[in-house]
Design a protein. Structure first.
Length: 302
């Protein structure tokens, strides 16, 4: 296909224009009838809505630095110890989720070594506990390694190129327009895309499109429509059967008056989230919580 060849040419050039390649990819996905894949392209072009929604290749490791002093000495850009902090605080300080658009990252990449990540002053007291007695923490910030922004950009370029190269092998040079969508389904474009962009066995949802789709596909008090939606997100049959038992057990639950799950459904949902943390259910934790909440709300009609 000519459009696929154009995208390959852009991505493989010495000075690739990622924005143009992404826009052309958006057009390509629409022509292939794969609109459900477009949110990733939109997120790369416009930025991701929340830190939790970014793919792993946009998550950077951060070193916590600071300026410290006592009555005699002043030391700049010292690596600050964080091992004494609680796990949540330490993770927040040592991780950066890049939600910005690809154009913004390209701008940052011109000199990303100067980009400091602000650490709020209210954290200084906790950070100071890891410093030698007698020194005061004057200022603290986070900094990722030089070249990290460029590496993320190269990841987007490489993954997108892998996708279109695989498509080029499966699509003939010339094809009638009305047969393109049929061919796309035949070769499994959706799976090719997900594997090339996110890797094998990864489920990812961007923005609120998932919520809207759930609302549209689940019918109030129709368990089969709920079950079908859960199957789309790799929920196992035994877990779906357990949910049916839980819903039946909670039929007269008082919590329903306040639009809350009954005890059996609540226990089932907690068990499902536990399966995410144990990697038994392969889905992002934030996506799983949102999926279960919206699916059950749609089923109960709340």
């Amino acid at each position: 296909m000519k459009l696929i060849d154009e995208i390959i040419e852009i991505l493989s050039s010495d000075s690739p224009d990622l924005n143009t390649a992404l826009f052309k990819t958006k057009v390509l996905l629409h022509r292939l009838g794969e609109k459900e894949l477009v949110p990733w392209v939109d997120a790369e072009l416009n930025g991701y809505p929340t830190p939790e929604s970014v793919p792993k290749y946009r998550v950077l490791s951060v070193t916590v630095l600071g300026n410290i002093s006592n009555i005699r000495f002043y030391y700049s850009e010292q690596v600050l110890p964080v091992s004494h902090l609680d796990e949540r605080t330490r993770k927040n300080l040592e991780t950066r989720h890049l939600t910005e658009s690809i154009a913004a990252l390209e701008s940052f990449a011109k000199d990303d070594s100067t980009l400091a990540i602000t650490i709020p002053p209210e954290i200084y007291h906790s950070l100071s506990e890891g410093i030698d007695t007698g020194f005061n923490l004057v200022r603290a910030w986070g900094q990722h390694s030089p070249g990290s922004m460029l590496q993320v950009i190269n990841q987007v370029r490489s993954r997108l190129l892998d996708f279109v190269l695989q498509l080029s092998e499966k699509f003939p040079d010339e094809m009638e327009t009305d047969k393109i969508k049929e061919k796309s389904k035949e070769i499994g474009t959706s799976e090719i895309f997900k594997n090339a962009i996110f890797g094998d066995n990864v489920t990812i949802t961007i923005g609120d499109s998932n919520v809207q789709n759930i609302t549209n596909t689940i019918i109030k008090n129709d368990f089969e429509s709920l079950a079908n939606e859960l199957r789309k997100h790799s929920v196992q049959e035994e877990d779906i059967e357990s949910l049916k038992i839980a819903i039946d057990a909670d039929a007269d639950a008082l919590e329903h008056r306040d639009k809350r799950w009954g005890p059996s459904v609540r226990k089932w949902a907690n068990n499902m989230l536990a399966k995410v943390t144990e990697a038994v259910w392969v889905i992002e934790l934030s996506v799983a919580g949102n999926l279960l909440t919206e699916a059950l709300k749609a089923y109960y009609g709340w």
